[in-house]
Design a protein around this ligand. Structure first.
Ligand SMILES: [Zn+2]
Length: 224
């Protein structure tokens, strides 16, 4: 039985399967404060280090459990907590701009939810406005927010797209993410050169020529 469970865990991880557009969160996820979470994670992480055989009385290691806990809660995974979701205020499209707007080369700093290893890359996002437009930096902030939680790349693309479609009141949004997964390059298959591209879109972007226009603008073949 345990072997079966272990095999299932490996299968989900190595195939990078995502089961839902919503990040699976517990109902009581935020009953504890961020400070309480840091205290708890610090405790658990020190146990992991001890089990690995590390001497936590060593000067260099003694502060690590706290540093990791703080980094998880305040930095890498701050986007789990909806209180950190950026306000996506939009404006009336007074100038009647009706063609494509592209925000490209947005940094992706995320972590894979199967191995807790970094996912790094770029996002290119475009929309074709109808009545509403959005401040450009809001798009970057939204990407940052959803990236800063344990993720799978497909879900990250969808979460960003759905939110933009919702606030912009148009289906015509496209989200392209090109990223490297450390869990592919540094463990498992250990492929250093491959990267992953996801492309999610709706509305006008279903048209071949509209997508082509977007792709020719972002013109991104590889990432460094
Ligand atoms: Zn992974």
């Amino acid at each position: 039985m345990e072997k079966q469970i272990a095999e299932h865990i490996d299968t989900v991880g190595d195939n990078h399967i995502s089961t839902n557009i919503e990040t699976p969160l517990r109902k009581d996820a935020f009953d504890t404060s961020e400070d309480e979470k840091i205290v708890h994670i610090q405790h658990h992480f020190s146990k992991i280090m001890e089990e690995l055989g590390l001497d936590l009385t060593d000067d260099s290691l003694s502060g690590t459990p706290y540093r990791v806990a703080k980094m998880y809660v305040k930095e890498l995974f701050y986007g789990l907590n909806p209180i950190h979701k950026p306000k996506l205020s939009t404006f009336e499209n007074k100038y009647g701009y009706g063609k494509m707007l592209i925000e490209q080369d947005i940094t992706i700093d995320s972590a894979c939810e199967h191995h807790f290893l970094p996912i790094t890359g770029l996002a290119h996002i475009a929309y074709i406005p109808q009545d509403r437009v959005i401040g450009l930096s809001k798009i970057n902030r939204l990407v940052n927010y959803y990236a800063h939680r344990p993720q799978v790349q497909e879900r990250l693309s969808l979460q960003i797209m759905k939110d933009l479609q919702h606030v912009l009141k148009t289906e015509s949004v496209i989200v392209m993410i090109i990223a490297k997964h450390l869990c592919v390059s540094s463990r498992g298959i250990k492929d250093k050169s491959s990267f992953t591209t996801t492309l999610e879109y709706g509305g006008e972007f279903h048209k071949n020529e509209v997508r082509k226009e977007f792709l020719s603008c972002v013109n991104t073949v590889t990432i460094k």
